[in-house]
Design a protein around this ligand. Structure first.
Ligand SMILES: [Zn+2]
Length: 961
């Protein structure tokens, strides 16, 4: 971590401050906030925390701690307002996605919505006491906020706090509200906004209101609006404006009766409406809010929109420039944000001065020199240009020791949240001290830490694995959560990590409609799988995030990706960090075992293995999603090749981890060696199909393979897949060997012998084609393929083949007469004409000394025809795409498709007359876990599944806002 040499002239020595720890006053303060590790406390817990904070408010106190406590009171009180408003409004739904995709559903949906709005009206009567309380709460909160804003004029601060405290104690909140989990305002957790920015927006509004005598109504868009609206109101009232009302809405879910009443009241009073929200991507929600106001009679000229602009969302109005036409939009540009001001040289100098004074050093200067500028440029390059990017900047800090020796440090200041939404960063830094770069302190939501140089020098993998295992275990021991918020979030459709897993796994139901209907049920099932040690996990274990420290690897970016609100996956199971490590470090099975072993030994989490597979799915799906959304982002076009690689790594990971998991459920996985008859088995369309958004086998596939193995058949894969993947499949299923890349490569698992089956001239033509395809913008290649080419482009989260004409013209234009191509459902394969699956099979037989033995081929497409022609017997499942040609070659076609077809074929091969024997056994899946269940469902009739699913109304949860 420490640079030995000085890149700036060699004069200044680097000094070691006497302590590694954060400042004691900060430590003492933040240590009292262990509860902040859990970003999603329940509303009851929030009430309790607010009571505690209210007791700490000291009138007249002016240091940073007093300011933090006031901020916390504000944040916690608004969290309660938000939860109560959501509760009063009842469940709200947004079906616009269905009605725009399937217009014929409109009448049904509108009927349903009418029922919901009737239910909501009935609910208003039921919750009338809570509504009255909410009114009192709002008044008391505004009153207290006014006292915070102008401390001099409010000698009765304690009285105002007392009112809020009393209201908390006597609140008529029903128990089902108390157990709900906080909705996190992204503005204050991940978007670098502060309460000061709300006040700044208020000042801008004041400057642009022509006639200050007309009253105002604040219209906040929940969730952020619940936090912004009361503060804005308090600030405007403090400055003499008349505010009629503050109301918060979720415009996507429509307005409730009391919300409409508020707006009408404002119209009657000739008031103006002020809409306020957090930074937006497109402004569509804002324009919905403006529409709603207009529908209630507000004229466009009387609407102001206040919105901070995020650095990654400067062009939010480009997508729909007419949306807010005629409405006055007041923005807070990224440069105006309060946290940008904290990054000025003077502010940094003051902060660093305080931190270093305790270590016996004086700060003599702060600057952004050449190296700091280079660091900032590097940080910019690494960023994904997304809303979760933090305000951060590196500085060079000049120091002088007590004996006068000069020195310097590079310090990184990074925004980590606001008020209690930032304290987890300090707690994590302190508790993970030996695994993370030195942290100097946390103040005003900014974390100040030592900048450590990233070296390109790779890690010794064994050392890193030990460190990573211990690091994840330390998080379990030291950053444990009091209770796991993930299950509740998952049930409410608010958990990205397992929500995406549920979404992808629901595809096992075959039809898209069934998948949508079943998704909430699957979420609920995943929520039932409890983690015994929920923790603030790291959430990002990529090699890029690790540094060489003086005594071992150091983890950067350790505080924000585990739990982070809407933009993060919010995983709480440490198994997720292990899964991320296996994925991004591309760990071999033996390395994975070492990592787990180290982790278990240090954490005592002995059941991690059982939870690992689903966490691997979550990690892989997340990586695939991130890679795809980066590929679609024009601003990141220059990094497209990197994201293509990320996508392939994630795809391979999902495919192979799932395959290993399925193979582990097959009986007798040991290789059988070579003996007649040899079965030449295709993968895609036969053992596997595109099941969960990536290929997998099903229960029938597992049963078929188990049956072949139990009866001692010698099986070889003969597939279009890459060499490493074919080998992995053979090894996991215990097959004797395989042919990969459409017959371009043969491999004997028993001896390890391999043979390339592409002639030199064809190989040369492949190189030419590869080079040319790489130059076509938007076309990507999978570099795992060595003796054939896989070309594709991206659409809707997956790869698709390149246009037929493009590839055809390219081959003829370049006179690549020795090449041909196949279009698959995922990509375009360019192959040497001289090799095919039939020749591959012959080469494999020859290599293994089995030239004249009988062979059985099982395949499903054009590419399998040469294999059918070569083999003694041929079979195909019912989904075969070249039925007539196959039949002409004597291929027998099963009645069933895909894996059920394979099972039918295998039964016929093993026992032609339908009898059974001692070897038959139960075979296939025995375990009753969720994933096995889905593998069974995948074999069932898709329409039957839809008919059953349609009667299960839990699907409406998908559309809750
Ligand atoms: Zn048998």
């Amino acid at each position: 971590m420490q640079r030995e040499d000085d890149a700036h002239g060699g004069s200044a020595a680097i000094m070691e401050p006497s302590t590694h720890r954060l400042q004691q006053t900060e430590l003492d303060f933040y240590e009292n906030y262990s509860w902040c590790l859990n970003l999603f406390p329940t509303i009851s817990q929030i009430s309790r925390y607010l009571q505690q904070e209210l007791l700490k408010v000291t009138p007249g106190a002016e240091d940073w701690r007093a300011a933090e406590i006031q901020t916390n009171v504000y944040l916690l009180a608004c969290a309660i307002s938000n939860a109560v408003d959501d509760y009063i409004a009842g469940d709200q739904y947004d079906f616009s996605k269905i009605t725009s995709a399937l217009p014929f559903t409109k009448p049904g949906i509108s009927l349903f919505q009418r029922a919901i709005s009737l239910k909501a009206k009935a609910r208003l009567v039921r919750v009338h006491r809570l509504r009255r309380w909410r009114g009192q709460w709002e008044a008391a909160l505004i009153d207290l906020l006014k006292a915070f804003l102008s401390p001099g004029s409010a000698p009765d601060l304690e009285l105002r706090e007392g009112r809020l405290s009393d209201l908390l104690r006597t609140s008529p909140m029903p128990p089902e509200l108390g157990i709900q989990r906080l909705r996190v305002p992204a503005a204050f957790r991940s978007q670098d906004l502060t309460s000061n920015d709300v006040l700044l927006l208020g000042n801008k509004l004041k400057a642009s209101i022509p006639d200050p005598t007309r009253p105002l109504m604040i219209f906040g868009l929940r969730t952020a609006g619940s936090y912004f609206a009361p503060l804005l109101r308090a600030s405007l009232e403090t400055q003499g404006f008349r505010v009629l009302d503050g109301v918060t809405v979720r415009p996507k879910g429509g307005m409730t009766t009391p919300e409409i009443d508020c707006v009408r009241h404002c119209v009657r009073e000739r008031g103006r409406a002020v809409v306020i929200d957090e930074p937006v991507y497109t402004g569509s929600t804002l324009s919905k809010a403006v529409d709603a106001l207009q529908q209630c009679g507000t004229s466009k000229e009387d609407i102001f929109v206040l919105v901070p602009v995020h650095a990654s969302g400067r062009h939010w109005r480009d997508q729909n420039p007419c949306a807010l036409a005629g409405v006055e939009v007041i923005t807070l540009e990224p440069e105006e944000w309060y946290k940008q001001r904290l990054l000025s040289d003077e502010q940094i100098r003051e902060r660093m001065g305080e931190y270093f004074r305790n270590t016996g050093f004086e700060v003599t200067g702060v600057s952004i020199d050449k190296q700091a500028a280079a660091i900032n440029e590097q940080l910019r390059k690494w960023s994904d240009e997304k809303f979760h990017n933090r305000v951060k900047r590196a500085f060079r800090v000049e120091l002088r020791g007590s004996d006068g020796t000069p020195g310097f440090r590079y310090v990184l200041a990074k925004s980590v949240g606001w008020g209690w939404f930032s304290y987890h960063a300090s707690l994590a830094a302190e508790r993970l001290e030996e695994y993370v770069p030195r942290v100097f302190g946390l103040r005003d939501g900014m974390l100040y830490m030592e900048w450590c140089e990233h070296h390109d020098q790779p890690f010794d993998r064994a050392t890193w694995i030990q460190a990573a295992g211990a690091y994840v275990a330390s998080r379990v021991r030291r950053l444990r959560l009091d209770a796991d918020p993930a299950p509740a979030l998952l049930r409410e459709n608010r958990h990205k990590g397992f929500g995406d897993v549920a979404g992808n796994l629901s595809r096992a139901y075959g039809l898209k409609a069934t998948a949508v209907l079943k998704r909430p049920r699957l979420s609920a099932r995943l929520a039932d799988l409890a983690c015994p040690c929920p923790s603030l996990v790291d959430g990002k274990m990529r090699p890029l995030e690790w540094l060489h420290g003086p005594s071992g690897p150091l983890k950067t970016d350790f505080e924000q990706h585990g739990l982070g609100g809407k933009t993060e996956i919010n995983m709480t199971d440490p198994a997720y960090d292990l899964a991320e490590a296996v994925l991004h470090w591309e760990l071999l099975p033996a390395e994975e075992a070492d990592l787990l072993c180290r982790y278990i030994e240090q954490s005592g989490d002995t059941t991690v293995q059982q939870r690992l597979f689903l966490n691997k799915l979550a990690a892989g799906m997340r990586a695939m999603y991130v890679a795809h959304s980066n590929l679609e982002d024009q601003r990141l076009a220059h990094r497209a090749q990197e994201f293509n690689r990320d996508f392939i790594v994630a795809w391979n990971f999902l495919t192979q981890q799932t395959m290993r998991h399925c193979a582990s459920m097959c009986c007798n996985p040991k290789s059988q060696g070579w003996h007649a008859p040899i079965i030449s088995l295709d993968i895609d369309g036969v053992t596997d199909r595109f099941l969960f958004g990536f290929p997998s086998t099903t229960a029938a596939g597992i049963e078929a393979i188990s049956m072949l193995k139990a009866h001692g058949f010698s099986v070889a894969f003969n597939t279009a897949r890459s060499i490493p993947e074919t080998k992995a499949y053979c090894e996991s299923y215990g097959f004797a060997g395989g042919v990969a890349e459409y017959g371009a490569f043969a491999w004997d698992a028993n001896t390890g012998r391999e043979q390339i089956l592409v002639d030199e001239l064809s190989a040369h033509q492949l190189t030419v084609a590869r080079r040319r395809l790489k130059a076509v913008p938007g076309i990507f290649l999978n570099d795992d393929y060595r003796y054939s080419i896989r070309a594709y482009t991206y659409e809707r989260g997956r790869t698709i083949p390149v246009p037929r004409l493009l590839i055809q013209n390219l081959l003829s234009e370049l006179r690549l007469d020795r090449l041909s191509y196949h279009q698959t459902y995922l990509d375009t394969a360019v192959v040497a004409k001289s090799s095919d699956k039939g020749k591959g099979l012959l080469a494999l037989l020859q290599m293994t000394g089995q030239e004249n033995v009988s062979t059985i081929a099982i395949g499903d497409s054009d590419a399998d025809l040469p294999m059918f022609a070569t083999a003694s017997r041929a079979f195909a499942p019912g989904n075969i795409t070249c039925r007539r040609q196959a039949q002409a070659l004597g291929c027998q076609i099963a009645g069933s498709s895909y894996q059920l077809g394979l099972l039918e074929i295998v039964r016929k091969i093993v026992h032609p007359n339908g009898e059974t024997c001692d070897l038959c056994g139960p075979g296939g899946l025995t375990s009753g876990d969720l994933f096995s269940e889905l593998l069974r469902i995948a074999d069932r009739n898709a329409f039957g599944l839809l008919a059953r699913a349609a009667f299960d109304l839990s699907w409406v949860k998908n559309f809750r806002v």
